[in-house]
Design a protein around this ligand. Structure first.
Ligand SMILES: *[C@@H]1O[C@H](CO)[C@@H](O)[C@H](O)[C@H]1NC(C)=O
Ligand SMILES: *[C@@H]1O[C@H](CO)[C@@H](O)[C@H](O)[C@H]1NC(C)=O
Ligand SMILES: *[C@@H]1O[C@H](CO)[C@@H](O)[C@H](O)[C@H]1NC(C)=O
Ligand SMILES: *[C@@H]1O[C@H](CO)[C@@H](O)[C@H](O)[C@H]1NC(C)=O
Length: 328
């Protein structure tokens, strides 16, 4: 590496020497940065380089870049002291299928090094796609795995890469060698059923795309039928029992309403106005009920089903039956 650097420095020396045709500039030659290259993660664009050998501390750099198909370089970072330049936000020419080239030179006071060019970068092909984020939702023997596309600086994952699919690998905790796989999932979720209850499963999700493989997600684990999942079931069961008891009480009240009624108003027969009401519509179910051998039982039911008669019976005990008859 060192040898190479001094050789290129030497080459630069001779180039400038012959260009200017005199020995006077020799002492002023500043060698350029080395290892100039682009990196790209989730479609950002960063030019990086190594400082020239024995670079003084106050060395600064200037970066230019362009799409390879154009002639003119654009200004990137100017007089920066770190050895990388993030071009993502500086450019309105970036796009997901663009091909770019950059160059950098070092500067020390009035001395400048020659420009050193990077190699080309092709965004969709060369960018490293980060991992998807994965979330899990488990129940008794089912785990739903949901994954979110990584967010790109430019474009979206599905716009940049038209047939993105996901692969998911899953295994019982501690048994990775027996991992199972589901491939080419097109949606951003999958429901795995038929899992063993009360078992911890681990998952890793991979994005399937052309060019470079994307980074796999972190491994995430979740248990089926964990205790937290049981709590809603317990609550549901308790609620069901309470509702059943209340319903039973209501039913008992309805069936024995007449007995209750007689218990509360022991000396009252069925009030006159009430009988009139029941006889009034001859074709009603109430009328038919009256033909029944045990009419009073059914009347008890009807009282509850229809609002009006219930009101009437309720007020019977309050000794104001005539008022109600007049209202009808
Ligand atoms: C960068 O540094 C050079 C030399 O020190 C100076 O001439 C130039 O004005 C600086 N440019 C900016 C944008 O600071
Ligand atoms: C680019 O801009 C976005 C939003 O404007 C910001 O969140 C991000 O930090 C910027 N990146 C850099 C490297 O400046
Ligand atoms: C970059 O791409 C251009 C145009 O496709 C090509 O002419 C040039 O040789 C490439 N340069 C490098 C360093 O790969
Ligand atoms: C996804 O699964 C398919 C089929 O098993 C396989 O060919 C492909 O290489 C897998 N991709 C990744 C990123 O694991």
């Amino acid at each position: 590496m060192k040898l190479l650097d001094s050789m290129s420095a030497l080459r630069v020396f001779f180039l400038i020497f012959s260009a200017l045709g005199g020995p006077t500039v020799v002492s002023g030659v500043l060698s350029g940065p080395t290892n100039v290259h682009f990196t790209s993660y989730n479609m950002n664009l960063v030019l990086k380089w190594s400082p020239p050998d024995g670079a003084p501390k106050d060395l600064v750099y200037t970066v230019q870049y362009k799409p390879v198909i154009t002639d003119d370089y654009r200004e990137g970072c100017v007089n920066i002291s770190i050895s990388e330049c993030d071009l993502t936000n500086l450019s309105d020419i970036l796009f997901e299928y663009g091909v770019y080239i950059g160059k950098v030179r070092a500067q020390l006071g009035s001395e400048t090094s020659p420009w050193v060019e990077s190699s080309n970068i092709t965004m969709d092909k060369d960018t490293i796609i980060g991992p998807p984020s994965v979330s899990l939702l488990s129940s008794w023997t089912t785990i739903e795995v949901m994954f979110e596309d990584p967010v790109l600086e430019y474009s979206t994952l599905r716009q940049a890469y038209t047939d993105i699919t996901y692969n998911i690998t899953y295994w019982k905790d501690g048994q990775r060698e027996k991992a199972k796989k589901k491939s080419n999932i097109q949606q951003n979720r999958i429901v795995l059923s038929d899992l063993d209850p009360l078992t911890k499963y681990c998952f890793q999700v991979h994005i399937n795309k052309m060019w470079k493989p994307a980074e796999p997600s972190a491994t995430v684990c979740e248990s089926t039928g964990s205790e937290e999942q049981q709590i809603p079931w317990v609550a549901a069961a308790v609620t069901f029992v309470v509702i059943a008891i209340v319903a039973a009480l209501v039913a008992v009240t309805v069936v024995y309403r007449r007995s209750i009624y007689h218990f509360l108003c022991p000396n009252d027969a069925l009030p006159e106005h009430f009988k009139e009401y029941l006889l009034e519509p001859p074709n009603s179910t109430i009328y038919k009920a009256m033909q029944n051998p045990q009419p009073t039982e059914i009347i008890a039911d009807v009282i509850v089903v229809e609002g009006g008669p219930l009101e009437a019976t309720a007020s019977t005990c309050s000794k104001q039956p005539d008022v109600i008859v007049e209202q009808r």
